[in-house]
Design a protein around this ligand. Structure first.
Ligand code: NAD
Ligand code: IPM
Ligand code: MN
Length: 351
């Protein structure tokens, strides 16, 4: 098949992990006789340095006409002055909004070879297979913002339509997984959460085969550590989803492992690891590329509908997690390039 893929390497370790993921997609194209056309564009800090804009018009245009977008990460200390007029992260948020990718899928599993890296005791780590569905284009991220010398505000706003569409996506996913959906909110305090809970409950009536439970976000943060195996599919609003999934990544052993897929109604999805630009290790060839490479697998699955190819990538990653080499966040000594090459060798051997 022919597919056009826009790559947005971004800042910090973004270019390092993004290049590794592109190499894996190129290998898939070769092994399975596909024609993937890559088109690289600027976003984030790099784009600000070049043109003053975090999401240049040419980048947005390319993304809107692509089959899929593969992003590294954006941001870093160079652009983090609290008084900066434009920030790298704004470009990413504007892209998510423009693509209409309201459902951010963040799967979590704990690889048996990595259980000793988890801060949790091994007996808590059995059977962990959680899919977080994070609402991605609403809430405090996108509400009205004000800032004065003596006060600031971020409005958290959700419409019923915004809640309904992500709820349906989460119920559909739960239905083909463990038929158990946990909705996370703060309905004891926030009006948006009360609307959230009411709407999720109403939509749940259309999915009687899915067991729905509600959990307040503060206790959810605790329960994720004490009984992670209890959860199957979890749906939550934008900010809670951001925070809970970094916590979840720690269970897996490293933030560098988790991929994500951001989907809307259009077929073009946005794929990025959940981690950031990791300024502390940027440019050192130390970053774990697995979160980015597994994001490429999600791209193959969700935007290109190439399930066998997606599984081939996941299998190759699985083999490298078992046999090594491992990057330093996983306690090993391998560089980004060594992990990438090991995954490419596993792919070549299996296809
Ligand atoms: P971060 O995720 O960049 O890093 C947190 C810690 O995890 C660091 O110690 C880092 O070295 C480590 N880490 C992250 N990814 C890793 C990988 N692949 N391999 C090995 N170690 C890894 O979070 P932060 O430091 O809080 O944020 C840095 C910048 O990244 C900020 O500007 C933030 O806005 C941005 N950010 C961007 C995205 C994105 O583009 N999607 C996501 C999160 C944060
Ligand atoms: C993520 C990141 C982003 C978010 C930032 C960089 C805007 O933390 O993708 O998890 O908060 O959504
Ligand atoms: Mn985050």
């Amino acid at each position: 098949m022919r597919a056009s893929i826009v790559t947005l390497p971004g800042d910090g370790i973004g270019p390092e992990v993004n290049a590794a993921a592109v190499a894996v997609l190129q290998a898939i194209a070769t092994h399975f006789s596909h024609d993937f056309v890559f088109d690289e564009h600027r976003i984030g800090g790099r784009a600000i340095d070049n043109s003053g804009e975090s999401l240049p018009a040419a980048t947005l245009q390319a993304c809107l006409s692509a089959d899929a977008v593969l992003l590294g990460a954006v941001g870093g200390p160079k652009w983090s002055d609290p008084n900066a007029p434009v920030r790298p992260e704004q470009g990413l948020l504007a892209l998510r909004a423009a693509l209409g990718v309201y459902a951010n899928l963040r799967p979590l599993s704990v690889h048996p070879a990595l259980v000793n890296l988890s801060p949790l005791k091994n007996d808590r780590l059995k059977d962990i297979d959680v899919l977080f569905v994070r609402e991605l284009t609403g809430g405090a991220y996108f509400g009205e913002k004000t800032r004065r010398a003596d006060a600031a505000s971020d409005v958290c706003r959700y419409t019923v339509t915004e809640i309904e569409r992500v709820a349906r996506r989460a119920f559909e996913l739960a239905r083909i997984r463990g038929r158990h959906l946990t909705s996370v909110d703060k309905a004891n305090v926030l009006e948006t959460s009360r609307l959230w809970r009411q709407t999720i409950t109403r939509i749940g009536a259309d999915y009687p085969e899915v067991r729905l439970e509600h959990q307040l976000v503060d206790s959810m943060a605790m329960l994720l550590l004490t009984r992670p195996g209890h959860y199957d599919t979890v749906v939550t609003e934008n900010l809670f989803g951001d925070i809970l999934t970094d916590e979840a990544a720690a269970l897996a052993g490293s933030l560098g492992l988790l991929p994500s897929a951001s989907l809307g109604e259009a077929h073009c999805g946005l794929y990025e690891p959940i981690h950031g630009s990791a300024p502390d290790i940027a440019g050192k060839n130390l970053a774990n590329p697995i979160g980015a490479i597994l994001s490429a697998a999600l791209l193959l699955r969700h935007s290109l509908h190439l399930e066998n190819e997606a599984r081939a990538v996941e299998k190759a990653v699985d083999q490298v997690l078992i046999h090594g080499p491992h990057s330093s966040d996983l306690g090993g000594h391998a560089s980004t390039a060594m992990v990438r090459d090991a995954i490419l060798s596993q792919l070549a051997a299996a296809t």
